[in-house]
Design a binder for this molecule. Structure first.
Ligand code: GLY
Length: 584
C-alpha cells in the first residue's frame, strides 16, 4: 500500500499495482528508481528533460531519445511505438490521439487532431437494430462495426515532421526489438486479458495472441509479436503512408469487413483520405494561468475549461482539499459543464458549435452564480451560450468506458508535449489486424441515437465525422511559458481527473505526484463517484447530506504530469497504474 500525505496531513491510501515493482526492476535501474519515488509519494526531479507514460519500457524508450538530444516529438514516437506493444489494450497504431504542443522557440501552443474518422459508408443508424433501437454497448463494440479510420500513425509522423530532430527510423528501435525478441507481460496486461478472455476469444487472431492454446497470457510471460515488429520496420522505412496504403492497410480493411458476426464498412478509401487536422487550441484563464488543450472533436478542453472557469470565483485554496464545500462546488461545476457537453459538443466540422460561447467568461460567470447555494443543485440542464447559429440540439449521453493512455514529455529545449492516445475500450474492437495491432472501437463514442423527439443529437454518426472525445491533453501556461503538462485515460471521467489534478496543484499547492495520486471524487451526470479504499470515502457522508447520490468505486485514472518550475522539472506518475516518470 502507498501512503500519501496531503497538505493538511490527512493520509490517502492507495494500492500500488501488484507486481509493478518487479516489472520495473526487470527493465532497468532508472525505472526502479522512478518507481521508488512514486511509491514514496515523491515526484521525480530533473533539470533538463522528463518523460512520463504508462509503462516503464515505453518511458525508457522515450528517455533514450531525449538523452540522445531528441525532441519531445521524437520521444513521443518512441513511447507510442512501445506502448502499442506492451500496453496494447489502451492505445496503438490502430487507434487515434490528440496532441498539444508548446514550442519553446516560438512560444506557440499548437493542437493536432489525430482522431479516428467514421468510414464514408456509415449510415446514421450504424448502432441501431432493425427497430431503430440502440444496440447493446458490447454488441456494437466487438467486431468491425465500431472501427474508425486510425489516426495515430499519421499523428506520429506529423509531429515528427513538424518538431522532430532525430532520424525517424531510429525511433522504432526499442519497439521493434521488443516485439521481435519478446517483452515481459506486465501484471496489469495479464489481469486485463484474464478479465476479458471471453471477448478476446471471439476472433481467432486475437485469441491466438492473447490466449495461446486457450490460456490467457500470464504476468511474467515473454510475449513475442513478430507481425508488429514487421509493421514497425515498414513504417520506419517507408513512413506512415505505408500504413494507409499497401499490405498493412489491406489487412486492416479485410479484418474489419470480414469480422465474423459483426462486419464493418471501413474501406481503403477511408484510409487513403485520412488526414491529421491542426485545430485552434482552447485556452481558459484560471488563477492567472492559461489552461490550454484540445478543442472539438474533443470535449476535453472545453469541459475542463468550463469547470475551472466556473470555479474561478470561488476560493478553493481557502476552503481546502478535505472540505465538502470544495467538492460541492467542483461537483456541481462538473455537472453544469457536462450538461453543456451533452448538448453542444461534437465534431465542429460537421455540426455548428458555440465553441467560444461555451468558455466565454461572462457566460461562465453566470453559470457559476448557480453554485451560490449551500446544497447540491437539485436539477442541472444545459445553458444558453452565445451561439452564431440558430440550431437546437437534443442531449446526448454516450457510454464511454475507462480506457486510453497519456504521455507527458518536456525536452531539453523546453518544448512540451501532452498527448492522450486510445483505441477506446480496453482491447478496442477486439479485432487484431494482420500487422499485429488491435483495431479501435472509437465509433462507439458517437451517440447510438440520432435524434430525441425529432431533435437531432450533435454527436450522431455521420460519414467522415470524428466521434466526440473526452480526452484532455493539457498544458498549463503562466506568462507565456508552460508550468504543467497533464492528462489521463478514463473515458468521460478523464475530464474530472484532469480538472482535479490542476486544482490540487494550483489551488492546494500539491506537487505533481501528490496531485496525481490524490484520491478522486468525480461527478459527471449527478452521481458522485468517490474512490473506494481511500480517504475520499470520508467525504461520502457529508456529500450525501448535501443531496448527492454517492457511489464508492474504483477510479482507475492513469494521470501523468510534469511540473516545470524555477527549480527544474518534477514528474508524477499515477500510482493506480504501472507508469513511471524518468528525467535527467
Ligand atoms: N475513447 C475515449 C475518448 O476519446 O474519450
Amino acid at each position: 500500500m502507498l501512503r500519501i500525505p496531503t497538505i493538511t496531513g490527512l493520509t490517502f491510501v492507495l494500492a500500488l499495482p501488484l507486481g509493478a515493482q518487479e516489472a520495473a526492476d526487470a527493465v532497468a535501474p532508472e525505472a526502479a528508481t522512478s518507481l521508488e519515488a512514486k511509491a514514496a509519494g515523491s515526484p521525480v526531479r530533473a533539470d533538463n528533460w522528463m518523460v512520463a507514460a504508462a509503462n516503464p519500457l515505453a518511458v525508457q524508450a522515450g528517455a533514450r531519445v531525449l538523452r540522445d538530444g531528441g525532441s519531445a516529438a521524437d520521444a513521443m514516437v518512441a513511447v507510442q511505438a512501445v506502448l502499442g506493444l506492451v500496453e496494447p489494450q489502451s492505445s496503438g497504431l490502430g487507434g487515434g490521439a490528440f496532441l498539444v504542443w508548446y514550442d519553446a522557440a516560438s512560444g506557440q501552443v499548437t493542437t493536432l487532431d489525430g482522431r479516428e474518422t467514421a468510414p464514408l459508408a456509415v449510415t446514421p443508424t450504424l448502432f441501431q437494430d432493425e427497430n431503430g433501437e440502440p444496440l447493446k454497448f458490447f454488441d456494437a463494440v466487438v467486431g468491425g462495426l465500431s472501427v474508425g479510420t486510425p489516426g495515430t500513425p499519421a499523428l506520429m509522423e506529423a509531429a515528427h515532421q513538424r518538431w522532430g530532430k532525430s532520424d525517424w527510423a531510429s525511433l522504432f528501435t526499442e519497439a521493434t526489438e521488443l516485439a521481435e525478441n519478446g517483452f515481459t507481460v506486465s501484471p496489469r496486461l495479464a489481469g486485463l486479458v484474464e478479465n476479458d478472455a471471453e471477448r478476446l476469444s471471439t476472433f481467432p487472431a486475437t485469441s491466438a495472441y492473447f490466449l495461446p492454446g486457450g490460456t490467457p497470457i500470464a504476468e511474467g510471460d515473454t510475449l513475442v509479436n513478430k507481425a508488429y515488429a514487421e509493421t514497425l520496420r515498414i513504417i520506419a522505412s517507408d513512413g506512415a503512408a505505408a500504413f494507409y496504403d499497401g499490405p498493412i492497410a489491406d489487412g486492416i480493411v479485410q479484418t474489419v469487413q470480414n469480422a465474423e458476426g459483426n462486419p464493418g464498412v471501413l474501406a481503403q478509401q477511408d484510409l487513403s483520405i485520412y488526414a491529421i487536422k491542426e485545430r485552434a487550441p482552447v485556452c481558459i484563464t484560471y488563477r492567472a494561468h492559461d489552461v490550454c488543450g484540445m478543442g472539438p472533436p474533443s470535449s476535453g478542453a472545453l469541459t475542463v475549461g468550463q469547470i475551472l472557469g466556473m470555479l474561478e470565483s470561488y476560493d478553493l485554496a481557502a476552503l481546502g482539499a478535505e472540505n465538502p464545500e470544495s467538492w460541492r462546488l467542483i461537483g456541481d461545476a462538473s455537472r453544469l459543464a457536462f450538461a453543456d457537453r451533452g448538448r453542444y459538443m461534437a465534431d465542429s466540422d460537421f455540426v455548428p458549435m458555440p465553441t467560444q460561447g461555451l468558455v466565454d467568461p461572462d457566460y461562465l460567470s453566470n453559470r457559476a452564480a448557480l453554485l451560490g447555494g449551500d446544497d447540491a443543485l437539485p436539477e442541472v440542464s444545459a445553458g444558453s451560450p452565445a451561439f452564431d447559429h440558430a440550431l437546437l440540439f437534443a442531449d446526448d449521453i454516450s457510454l464511454e468506458l475507462p480506457s486510453t493512455s497519456h504521455i507527458s514529455i518536456v525536452d531539453a529545449q523546453g518544448n512540451a508535449l501532452s498527448m492522450t492516445t486510445t483505441i477506446e475500450n480496453g482491447f478496442g474492437s477486439r479485432l487484431m489486424a494482420p500487422g499485429g495491432f488491435l483495431l479501435n472501437n472509437e465509433l462507439t463514442d458517437f451517440s447510438f441515437r440520432t435524434h430525441t423527439d425529432g431533435v437531432p443529437i450533435a454527436n450522431r454518426v455521420e460519414p467522415g465525422k470524428r466521434p466526440r472525445s473526452s480526452m484532455s491533453p493539457t498544458i498549463v501556461m503562466q506568462d507565456g511559458a508552460p508550468v504543467m503538462v497533464v492528462g489521463s485515460p478514463g473515458g468521460s471521467r478523464i475530464i474530472g481527473y484532469v480538472a482535479k489534478t490542476i486544482i490540487a496543484h494550483l489551488d492546494w499547492g500539491m506537487d505533481v505526484q501528490a496531485a496525481v495520486a490524490m484520491p478522486h471524487l468525480v461527478n459527471r451526470f449527478g452521481t458522485y463517484d468517490v474512490e473506494e479504499g481511500t480517504s475520499a470515502e470520508a467525504l461520502a457522508e457529508p456529500l450525501t447530506t448535501l443531496g448527492y447520490e454517492v457511489n464508492a468505486r474504483a477510479l482507475t485514472s492513469g494521470l501523468h504530469a510534469i511540473a516545470i518550475g524555477a527549480d527544474g522539472l518534477e514528474g508524477g506518475a499515477d500510482p493506480r497504474r504501472e507508469g513511471i516518470a524518468i528525467g535527467e
